[in-house]
Design a protein. Structure first.
Length: 229
């Protein structure tokens, strides 16, 4: 068994105009299953659809249940950060549509989650998911009970250690928050990147994280019309 770092990128769109990009990291304890360990992670998360539908009981289905029908999920990229051959890049044909009906709030409105901290030198993780139906938001932007229940279910799933079994081999994936290397660039904006040394990066992960939901609608200015993800 080997320990590897994986990154999941889920791409969608709001109203066919605003691009939605959500990313996760998992530490994988992997055995080289048939089809690849990155593909196994996508399967374990429930992000490999059949005929435009995510499999029930997993992260993908919980996310689709929350998001409005104006949202379409279009592609998944799962990759081993340090192995260019261990990946899956899967367009969704047909796209996976959100399941919450009715009018939808602006694309800057989102469901929000945040993680706890398991190391003082690594900050919390945050998640924003666009596609909040008007019926999900009550007075003052407080989420209605049904929407909050669904969001809490998604939070629980995002904190779970997930597995994929192929014959006698089982991969195990643990959610984590990644501390990245600050790359200082003279005359340009600094960027944060994965450490070049895999061992150094693996020493800079927060694992054992759990996610909690915000009970109010959040905002994300980057998802205004014309501004992208």
């Amino acid at each position: 068994m080997a320990t590897k770092l994986y990154e999941i990128t889920l791409v969608g769109s709001y109203n066919g105009v605003v691009e939605l990009v959500n990313r996760w990291n998992y530490r994988g304890d992997v055995n080289g299953v048939v089809g690849g360990d990155a593909a196994a992670l996508a399967q374990a998360m429930g992000l490999v659809p059949t005929a435009g539908t995510f499999p029930a009981g997993k992260i993908g289905a919980a996310l689709a249940a929350l998001t409005n029908t104006i949202v379409q999920w279009r592609q998944i990229l799962s990759r081993n950060v340090y192995d260019p051959t261990d990946f899956i890049d899967l367009p969704y044909v047909p796209p996976v549509q959100g399941l919450s009906t009715g009018e939808c709030l602006s694309p800057i409105n989102a469901y929000g989650l945040r993680s706890n901290r398991t190391r003082l030198d690594i900050g919390r993780g945050y998640k924003r998911f666009c596609g909040v139906s008007e019926s999900a938001s009550g007075g003052g932007g407080i989420l209605e009970s049904a929407a909050l229940t669904g969001l809490n279910s998604l939070a629980d799933l995002l904190g779970d250690v997930i597995t994929y079994t192929d014959g006698s081999l089982t991969d195990s994936f643990t959610p984590c928050i990644v501390k990245k290397f600050k790359h200082v660039r003279v005359g340009r904006k600094d960027v944060y990147e994965y450490f070049e040394d895999p061992d150094e990066q693996m020493a800079n992960l927060a694992v054992g994280v759990v996610w909690e939901s915000y009970n109010t609608v959040r905002s994300q200015v980057s998802r205004q019309y014309g501004r992208g993800a």
